[in-house]
Structure formats: structure tokens, C-alpha cells
Design a protein around this ligand. Structure first.
Ligand code: SF4
Length: 246
């Protein structure tokens, strides 16, 4: 499989992706951001002590979930010792513990935990992906890295476009990543000025998915009580209502 090593190659390969499995495979062969490639591989080599006997994934992390998703959950990027270790988004870290417990309470996941790629997790009506597909240092991708990675996101949205009704943006970075996608995927000019991000923020347009803002499920937010399980439950209840999911 051809590897994508430049922004142009990412855009071309994403455009060619015939379906989600094809896209997921192509994302796995992406080396277009030198800083992130070096970081993901260094983390995979040096590891966290608690995981020293495990083989880290150390590559881009594709989306997770069904191909006819009505609800999309858009995150920032994989965590260094979560998705970058296990190879599945929001899997094997505290953020994922909080997110999947909430999805299970909402009836959108068959189990409340996401520990490894072979743990039997399945989602209902939902797909989860991130704006940037490689773990960045300090969870901070550069604007250039965000833009280079955007075609993967845009193609993924395009492939689930027939059923997608609502996007839950986890955090301000994901919220900001939605507006270029709105233009690239739906041909809709984003509102100006952009709607401000906040927990519970809501945007809707004509014939495009609605967008809900939700504080990110990071430890920083959940440990401090800025984001509580009840707040997450309210967001997913609303997302299900918007998407027409029972
Ligand atoms: S962040 Fe995205 S574009 Fe950059 S190397 Fe990873 S998958 Fe490729």
C-alpha cells in the first residue's frame, strides 16, 4: 500500500479512499508530518513504565464505529499512551474510560470500557474520530499539522455523509476543525464570525449535520469536575434526539 508522505499525497490518497476500511488502511500508512511521526515512534519506543511489556501501536489511529453512523464524535488527537499505544481511538486511557462509560449509559456502546482493539467493543449509530490522527507532543498539533491531516477527516465525513445527523465536538480544537470540514465536505460556507465553542454550544445549518459542543473528556476536565458524567449524559441525550436515535 502506498504511503502518504506529503500534504499533497494525503489529499490525493484520501480522495481515492473507496470506503471506510480503505480509508482506515490508508491513514495507517501516513508519514506526512515529520514532527508527529518522530513523536509517535519515540513514545512507542520509550513507553510508559506501566506498559513497558506491551508493544505500542505507534502509528496514526483511524476512526472507530459503524459506517452508517448518525452521530459522530470528533476529538482532538490520539493520546500518547492511549490510542498511540492500543491503536484504537480513546482506548486504554482515562479519557476513554469516561467517554465509553457515557456512551454505554446512552446505549451507544455495548460495554462501558475500551481497553484494547480485541476487547469486543461495538458502537451503535456512532463513529468516533479525531481531527489529527497522530499523537502530538503536549496534545498540541501545529496549525500546519492540523491542515495536513484534514483530508483524512474530510473523507471520513464524506463517507458517512448519507446518515450523519449530528457531530459532537469534544473541545475547542475539534469545534474549530468542523468549520473547514463544513466547507470541504458539504460545500457550505462557514458562518462568520465562527460560533463560539462552549459546553452545550449548538449550531445548525440547512441540510448539514448539527454540531454540539462538549468539554473534552480529558483528565484535566473530568478530575476537576469541569465535566461531569451528568453533563456528558445530557450531551449524548441531545445528540440522540437530534440524530433520531432511540
Ligand atoms: S497527523 Fe495526520 S497527516 Fe500527519 S502524519 Fe499523522 S495521519 Fe498523517
Amino acid at each position: 500500500m502506498a504511503e502518504a508522505r506529503t500534504a499533497e499525497e494525503v489529499a490525493a490518497r484520501a480522495r481515492r479512499a473507496a470506503d471506510l476500511p480503505d480509508l482506515d488502511g490508508a491513514i495507517g500508512g501516513c508519514f506526512a508530518c515529520p514532527r508527529l511521526v518522530a513523536w509517535r515512534e519515540e513514545v512507542a519506543r520509550t513507553k510508559r513504565a506501566a506498559f513497558r511489556d506491551q508493544e505500542y501501536w505507534g502509528r496514526p489511529v483511524p476512526g472507530l464505529g459503524v459506517s452508517d453512523a448518525r452521530i459522530a464524535i470528533l476529538g482532538l488527537a490520539p493520546a500518547a499512551h492511549g490510542g498511540n499505544r492500543t491503536g484504537r481511538i480513546f482506548t486504554g486511557d482515562r479519557s476513554g474510560d469516561v467517554l465509553f462509560a457515557a456512551l454505554h449509559r446512552a446505549g451507544l456502546a455495548n460495554q462501558p470500557t475500551s481497553l484494547a482493539r480485541d476487547d469486543g467493543l461495538t458502537l451503535r449509530a456512532t463513529r468516533i474520530f479525531s481531527a489529527v490522527r497522530c499523537a502530538p507532543p503536549d496534545n498540541k498539533p501545529t496549525p500546519g499539522e492540523r491542515d495536513t491531516c484534514a483530508p483524512w477527516l474530510h473523507r471520513e465525513l464524506d463517507l458517512i455523509r448519507p446518515t450523519l445527523r449530528v457531530v459532537v465536538a469534544l473541545g475547542a480544537f475539534a469545534w474549530a476543525a468542523w468549520w473547514p470540514a463544513l466547507h470541504a465536505v458539504y460545500g457550505v460556507r462557514p458562518p462568520s464570525p465562527r460560533p463560539a465553542f462552549g459546553h452545550g454550544a449548538h449550531w445548525s445549518g440547512t441540510a448539514v449535520p448539527e454540531v454540539l459542543g462538549c468539554y473534552h473528556v480529558s483528565q484535566q476536565n473530568t478530575f476537576t469536575g469541569r465535566l461531569t458524567p451528568q453533563m456528558l449524559d445530557e450531551v449524548f441525550t441531545r445528540a440522540k434526539q437530534v440524530a433520531g436515535v432511540d
